[in-house]
Design a protein around this ligand. Structure first.
Ligand code: PMP
Ligand code: GLU
Length: 377
């Protein structure tokens, strides 16, 4: 068909969503598939958050809201950003979006001109490159080397006269690496020296095990050139709510806001009241989930190491990133077809030879998955 946009036909479907859908289909056929494919907490959304949403719905919060988000949530995000992420933020610098994914899409569209280059640090989450391409930009992939996946000075090699943006994701999906202060300093120097905008996706900031999460915008003057992306999906087990946010300098938020006004208007009004409860309510639920993720992480990483695999530093998020070598897509297919364990091959993250195993599932499932993988290797 001729009436299709080359910009859209040129991008691939989301590999994470495709694999998890395939696993679901196999489950529907009655196969006992264990899905370690999608990054989605298996916990229910905490009760007080659901309650706040239900109350909002029942009292009639069912109308259009201000397109940047309800004032209560803008204020809660700004307060959280100042106190936890340690950089200045006013409510007018916040945009509430339909998940972090929507915020990333808006950010790329607001900043990039046709042909502008965006540096993406690999291994990289599946949606960064498509967001850059849909915005008319050019993705420039830069691999993070070594066993640590930290940033080194060789990132300078990725910069050209057309570079406009660098996309940073710490804690990382898929590697689990948490960038240290030295890496962040290299990135902030890079942005300042070449006048770049940083897109810092910090959606896994609350899922860090024994390391410190540092927000890129808290370094030097970085708040003046950083779009910080965050959301409720991972920390509060709210993936289906489709609620996230961006914090950015006012001129960037003004542009992102226009994209939102002309596309989605704003996220669901009563869902945003759940978001207020999440940020302002008791945070014990986050600690409880983090503790359980940590237990699963310890188990899975230990078992994978015992099997002789190299495992990336699983310091954050809920993924074990495992070096299998060989044809990672074929290996993932064999693990799924023969072993009934769904994982995501590294090629989806622009790093062939690896597999991503999500441990956002029960220990019982992880135990069974490990046994099945052991039989296949
Ligand atoms: N960034 C990263 C690194 C992710 O893993 C995800 C997972 N979906 C997102 C953004 C998008 O999250 P959301 O559900 O808030 O759109
Ligand atoms: N971010 C999760 C993942 O990587 C959820 C799926 C998606 O949105 O890509 O599996």
């Amino acid at each position: 068909m001729r009436a299709l946009s080359e910009k859209v036909t040129g991008i691939a479907p989301s590999a994470t969503l495709a694999i998890s859908e395939k696993a679901r289909q196999m489950q529907r056929q009655g196969l006992q598939v264990i899905s370690l494919s999608i990054g989605e907490p298996d916990f229910d959304t905490p009760a007080h958050i659901k309650e706040a949403c239900i109350q909002a719905l029942m009292r009639g919060e069912t109308h259009y809201a201000p397109s940047n988000g309800i004032p209560e949530l803008l204020a809660a995000v700004a307060e959280k950003t100042r106190s936890e992420n340690r950089f200045p933020c006013s409510p007018s610098q916040v945009l509430i979006t339909c998940g972090a994914k929507d915020a990333i899409y808006d950010a790329a569209t607001a900043v990039l001109n046709q042909g502008d280059e965006a540096i993406i640090l690999d291994p990289s989450w599946v949606s960064y490159e498509p967001c850059v391409l849909l915005a008319g930009g050019k993705p420039v992939h830069h691999p993070l080397h070594g066993k640590t996946f930290q940033v080194t000075d060789d990132i300078l090699e990725a910069v050209t006269a057309k570079t406009r943006m660098v996309i940073v994701n710490s804690p990382s999906n898929p590697s689990g690496a948490v960038l240290d202060r030295t890496s962040l300093r290299i990135l902030s120097d890079l942005c300042e020296d070449f006048d770049l905008v940083a897109l810092s996706d910090e959606i896994y900031e609350k899922l860090v095990y024994g390391k410190e999460h540092i927000s890129l915008a808290s370094l030097g003057d970085m708040a003046e050139r950083t779009i910080t992306i965050n959301g409720f999906s991972k920390a509060y087990a709210m993936t289906g709510w489709r609620l996230g946010w961006a914090v950015a300098p006012q001129p960037i938020i003004t542009q992102m806001s226009k994209i939102q006004q002309h596309s989605i208007s704003h996220p669901t009004t009563f869902a945003m009241f759940g978001g207020v409860a999440a940020l302002t309510g008791n945070q014990d639920c986050v600690a409880t989930m983090r503790k359980e993720f940590n237990r699963r992480r310890d188990f899975l990483v230990q078992e994978l190491l015992l099997m002789g695999f190299e495992v990336a530093p699983a310091d954050g998020a809920f993924y074990a990133y495992v070096k299998t070598g060989g044809d990672d897509v074929a290996i993932a297919e064999r693990w799924l077809e023969t072993g009934h364990v769904a994982v995501t091959p590294g090629s989806a993250f622009n790093s062939p030879g690896w597999q991503r195993l999500s441990y956002a599932t029960s220990l019982e499932h992880l135990r069974e998955a490990v046994q099945r993988i052991r039989r296949l290797t």
